[in-house]
Unconditional design. Sequence first.
Length: 317
Amino acid sequence: MSRHRVVALLQPPQSPFELACAAEVFGTIRPDVPAHYGFRVCAENPGPLRTTVGYAIHVDAGLEALREADTVIIPGWQPAGAPASPAITEALRAAHQRGARIVAICTGAFVLAQAGLLDGRRATTHWRQTAQLAAAFPEVRVDPDVLYVDHGDVATSAGTGAGIDLCLHLVRSDHGAAYAAQIARNMVLPPHREGSQLQYAAQPAPARADESLAPLLDWAASRLHTRLTVGLLAEHAGLSSRTLARRFTEQLGISPAQWLLGRRLDAARALLEQTALPVEAIAVRVGLASAVNLRRHFRAHLGTTPGAYRRTFSEAR
């Protein structure tokens, strides 16, 4: 299988963190994970390139590298809103027109907007810059309350860590949930945060150590096959359902029911990829009761059927 070619387009001063989000997911070789991606960087002016933290990195390729890319990533753009050159916007439009996926992490969304790739479409960026993006590009529908937005051909993420979430989401779309979970496990990260989660949740005061949801999430994730409800989660945590819902919103940005359904769908995806179990058996094993119920949620949340998903991502294919 030929590797999917990922090219990150850099611009001085480059944020090392946003670049590392893409490089760690797409460019790191891991002995226990098949390598499905090739990764390289480029810049309009190759050579030493300043970073935001005081050191320079060497870039050996120019914009011609974008002509060979299957995915182009813009890992941040400093300062936000700084104009990209006509050569850069034209190269991005040309890559998009020939079918490359164009991805922006954090303030990289401003460059996609300058290239016209977000016109009439929903997009996001770091919450500090969402108002600036909306004001500068009124034709873009800026959503300040999500981690990432993926249209298939174009995708944008919120700041810093949300770039990792978007990159893992793209891997999941390309090669399935189990493969993305392998990468996340190597990075010691949760395998999946929905793009619709809030960028941040303001809390009136720092949560106490005994308010962490982590033990409850671990307990629930190991019991997806049982009859788990929001009431049972609250009972196990020793909280009222209302208090539990408030803590989920504060710590995860979603409701307990949304989190539970997301984990069940993730578990179903992994079983479809890695086993030959019938859809009915998978539905029971992940706590969705029936094949009809599983198919309904698959269609609503993933836009496909369990059977079609298995044909695409089964490890036996």
